[in-house]
Ligand binder design. Structure first.
Ligand SMILES: [Fe+2]
Length: 401
């Protein structure tokens, strides 16, 4: 299949990316904030002079207990806590990674509809948001280079009780403004850099093999991998575990980035803009039950099958994977999968995933939960149950079987 003959593009967010751009936050919203963050995000606001100046004195409410993978119950109870005296002229200020930004979008959605409309109803039918008079704006300050949630209208809602995840998606959930400032990412712990960086790279790859890809999304995704891969390698590959490559995969040597944190921040926003157009695909569909059941961090769970899915889709390549490979200085699309295999090995991401899941059988048993329509089938080449088994087995073994 080739690209569709017509395409459209939508990204109604004022995005600023680069070191120091958080200074613009003071001008993003002149009224009161409801701040949504993790404890780390709150610490960053209190310690950083620019954030402090933009936020302090204008906070009506703090929601500073966001944890990884915002839960359905937490969203419900937090929204109920905010509802008395709710003032729609407030904006949500999300400071954190994808979880904080998704949480702010979820709260904005719940509070935009009457109390009789439950979160479950909103997830079932997001168009209920269309009739809301006001959806409070969300301003996002990203403190990780990962999900790209600051430039998408999607919010993920998790449910640990049932081991499932759902998506809230509506055009009114686009953040109004977003600031992606690598100054806030310096000193990020290695495990967080690894998980979030893998999410960004995987989203760029997923957007590339999406059936909804367009010339614009391919350009964004290609650029995300071009700047993001060497930056991620510089930050996340464990010292001394470098690549003894089994086969020559590089056509030309690619120089390392001067500022890997800033380059990865660029990559995460570019990848976010790409999936905002195409949505994510098979790796994400596979990842959700792995995260929900075994606690594997989202980005690692997505990346786990990235090489195997690249090999699966390669026979259906309409030229986009081959062009991406050349752009990355690789000899062909097969080399792309080899590079992903290497990355999963040298960062320890494969080993971590295997350790958390325990056995290949336990992984294969999750197959029915992985076949989610709209995502699992959003790939150049469809995967049936046998294909899925092969992809999971390859990912488990760390290479072709
Ligand atoms: Fe993701």
């Amino acid at each position: 299949m080739g690209l569709a003959p017509s395409w459209s593009f939508r990204a109604p967010v004022r995005l600023a990316v680069g070191r120091g751009v958080r200074r613009g936050l003071a001008d993003a919203w002149r009224q009161q904030w409801i701040v949504v963050s993790s404890r780390r995000g709150r610490d960053q606001i209190e310690r950083d002079p620019w954030l402090r100046a933009a936020v302090m004195g204008r906070v009506t409410r703090w929601v500073d207990d966001v944890r990884a993978n915002p839960q359905r119950d937490w969203l419900r109870t937090t929204a109920e806590r905010l509802r008395p005296g709710w003032n729609e002229s407030c904006a949500f200020l999300a400071v954190g990674g994808g979880s904080a930004i998704d949480a702010a979008k979820g709260l904005a959605a719940i509070l935009a509809v009457p109390p009789r409309v439950s979160l479950d109803m909103l997830i079932e039918d997001p168009s209920l948001l269309s009739s809301s008079e006001t959806v409070s704006p969300v301003v996002a300050v990203a403190t990780t280079a990962g999900s790209g949630s600051e430039v998408t209208p999607f919010a993920t809602v998790w449910d640990a009780m049932t081991g499932t995840k759902a998506s809230l998606s509506h055009p009114r959930l686009w953040p109004q403004s977003a600031f992606v400032d690598a100054d806030l990412m310096d000193g990020l712990p290695h495990d967080v850099t690894l998980a979030t960086g893998f999410d960004a790279l995987n989203q760029a790859a997923e957007s590339t093999w999406s059936r909804r890809a367009s010339p614009a999304s391919l350009e964004l995704a290609g650029r995300a991998l071009e700047v993001g891969l060497p930056a991620f390698e510089a930050l996340a590959v464990a010292p001394g575990v470098g690549g003894s490559r089994a086969m020559p995969i590089h056509a030309v040597a690619t120089p390392g980035p001067l500022d890997p944190r800033a380059a990865l921040a660029d990559a995460s926003s570019l990848a976010g803009l790409a999936i905002a157009q195409t949505r994510t695909a098979l790796c994400h569909a596979i990842s959700y039950p792995i995260t929900a059941r075994f606690g594997v961090p989202h980005g690692v769970a997505c990346a786990f099958t990235m090489a195997a899915v690249a090999r699966h889709v390669a026979p259906a390549d309409d030229g986009r994977l081959a062009r991406l490979a050349v752009r990355l200085g690789l000899v062909d699309a097969g080399a792309l999968a080899v590079r992903f295999d290497e990355l999963l090995r040298t960062t320890g991401a494969s080993a971590l995933t295997r350790q958390k899941i325990g056995s290949l059988d336990a992984l294969l048993r999750l197959r029915p939960a992985m076949a989610t329509p709209g995502r699992a089938d959003n790939v150049l080449r469809q995967a049936d149950t046998n294909d899925l088994g092969r992809i999971l087995t390859e990912a488990w073994m760390g290479g072709p079987v």
